[in-house]
Write a protein that binds this ligand. Structure first.
Ligand SMILES: Cc1cc2nc3c(=O)[nH]c(=O)nc-3n(C[C@H](O)[C@H](O)[C@H](O)COP(=O)(O)OP(=O)(O)OC[C@H]3O[C@@H](n4cnc5c(N)ncnc54)[C@H](O)[C@@H]3O)c2cc1C
Length: 496
């Protein structure tokens, strides 16, 4: 291996080969001699809001990536080691065995506060070692430093509408179109049989000179330990599963606008968990669905769907420019709201035993499946903060522990929106009425009855009536009075 050019692609949340620009650049430099590495980070595994279910999906995605890499001649090493230690140990091993250091290390950019600090540290280490480093845009179409009000680097949008106007103008530009069109060879790489089996020309074994190789693959260990704690069915993972989901959703795209708010209808894409791990990117989705963004103001399923993708990018922009939102309200005025934080009520909310059918159905869907419909996420978040008067961070944390698609930027943005503490929030005086929300978005109770079997025989009127006699259904009475709590919530915010 002396004097041979080889490279490392450091996978993080870009767990796929197709359309992975940083990986592609690495392969170009090394003529195929690129190895994949994934480092489990103790920070990630010891987070208070760690989720065994999400981790199981993540591990399944990693294994799918490993299979894809192997089928194309490549390899993946999954280590139980901080990235900084990994690089330092690997370089020491290489020096000792007179193996040249990698020519290049590549990765896809990550915008979370912790990740940005970690990456700066790694860049410094690599520079010191004389190893070149390249990172590329991947899981956003436009990065936070690109969607700005002016040329000033921190002049970011705090309101979604102007952000989206700017975003669409960028999409319409020749650069925007080029980003999307870069994925137009999609049909080629979406087809498994068309793939090259010799895209990669190196395996980890090529570096292993003796028994002193300092790393063992840790994936099997993690899978074994974690699998015992999994409580939901883990969906199919990996690039092909994500692509299949996208193809299935294509049929619903034109009716997305009408259907997306009804949790009883399977009208949304359910791509969020694939976006989270980068098994599919928004750019690939936009290219594949031919969402060119022209005429974006018109009401249509395609435009509505694209606007949801923009919400995701908006929340990334907020987290990037205001990383402190991870811990506190975006709006300083609401930093110290006097939440009541009743633990007993919180428990009832978590368990889906509030006596508010639409809320309980959502919370039970979350517990049973690891996913919740967007309309219901808004309803349960509003209910927790403005009916139960519980700090949005409690809800945010619970969601992170339960959601397979749990993602800091969107989760934080969604919670702060619902609690009216964030950027572009729901105004505090607009409080969702859970009874009306249920009647409007699940009138026949299809969704409610799926997750609350106790209510299977309940009539439509009973489901959406706060005063209905619940006796026959073995289902709790409402734990609070919405009208009373709404007034309390309004004064809580008004005091500020
Ligand atoms: C309180 C709350 C918490 C949330 N937590 C998360 C989270 O942890 N992870 C997460 O991915 N989304 C979160 N969302 C946003 C949204 O609910 C989910 O992205 C959506 O329900 C995922 O289902 P889907 O893929 O079928 O969405 P679709 O309706 O098919 O939308 C397509 C994609 O657009 C993006 N998107 C849609 N709506 C939103 C939105 N309101 N904000 C940001 N991006 C959006 C998602 O990436 C989604 O996959 C949260 C919303 C709320 C109100």
């Amino acid at each position: 291996m002396q004097n041979e050019k080889w490279g490392l692609h450091w996978f993080r949340r870009d767990l796929r080969i197709p359309g992975n620009e940083a990986l592609k650049q690495n392969l170009k430099v090394t003529q195929g001699k690129t190895l994949g590495i994934f480092c489990f980070d103790s920070h990630f595994l010891s987070r208070e809001d760690f989720s065994h279910n999400r981790f199981a999906f993540f591990l399944k995605t990693l294994e799918s990536l490993r299979t894809d890499l192997k089928e194309q001649g490549g390899d993946l090493l999954v280590v139980d080691c901080l990235p900084y230690d990994f690089f330092a140990k690997l370089f020491l091993y290489c020096r000792w065995h007179k193996i040249s250091l990698p020519e290049i290390v590549t990765s896809s950019r990550d915008y979370e506060p912790f990740a940005r600090q970690r990456d700066e540290r790694i860049k410094t280490l690599l520079k010191k070692e004389g190893v070149s480093y390249l990172d590329c845009r991947d899981h956003l179409i436009f990065e936070p430093h690109e969607v700005l009000k002016s040329n000033k680097p921190n002049d970011f949008y705090q309101i979604y509408s102007p952000f989206s106007r700017k975003w669409f103008s960028l999409l319409e530009s020749s650069d925007g179109q080029a980003r999307v069109n870069a994925h137009s060879n999609a049909n080629e790489y979406f087809s498994r049989k068309n793939r090259k089996t010799d895209l990669f020309k190196m395996r980890w074994g090529d570096l292993r000179k003796d028994n002193n190789f300092p790393f063992l693959d840790a994936a099997a260990k993690f899978i074994e330990i974690n699998s015992k704690k999994v409580t939901v069915e883990i969906p199919e993972a990996g690039f092909f599963a994500a692509y299949a989901k996208l193809q299935k959703f294509k049929k619903n795209l034109d009716s997305y606008n009408e259907q997306r708010n009804f949790p009883g209808i399977n009208g949304t894409s359910q791509l969020s968990l694939y976006l989270k791990n980068g098994t599919l990117t928004p750019t690939q989705i936009v290219q594949n669905l031919k969402l060119d963004g022209k005429n974006w103001k018109a009401e249509s399923g395609r435009n509505r769907f694209l606007k949801e993708i923009v919400w995701r990018e908006f929340y990334y922009s907020i987290l990037f420019h205001r990383p402190e939102v991870e811990k506190e309200s975006f709006n300083p005025k609401y930093k110290d709201l006097k939440w009541e934080n009743d633990e007993n009520l919180f428990k009832k909310w978590q368990e889906g035993l509030t006596g508010f059918p639409i809320v309980d159905a959502g919370m039970r869907q979350l517990k049973q499946t690891g996913w919740m419909h967007n309309r219901v996420r808004m309803i349960v978040a509003s209910f927790l903060t403005k009916d139960l008067l519980i700090d949005w961070r409690w809800g945010e944390n619970h969601f992170m522990k339960e959601l397979l698609d749990g993602d800091l930027a969107s989760n934080n943005g969604g919670w702060q929106w619902a609690a009216s503490t964030g950027c572009d929030p729901q105004p505090y005086f607009r409080v969702f009425n859970p009874w009306l929300q249920g009647a409007k978005f699940d009138p026949e109770g299809e969704y409610i009855k799926t997750f609350i079997p106790e209510l299977k025989a309940a009539s439509r009127e009973t489901l959406h009536d706060p005063n209905a006699d619940r006796g026959p259904w073995k289902y709790p009475k409402p734990i609070i009075n919405h009208g009373v709590q709404k007034h309390k919530a309004l004064s809580l915010y008004k005091v500020k």
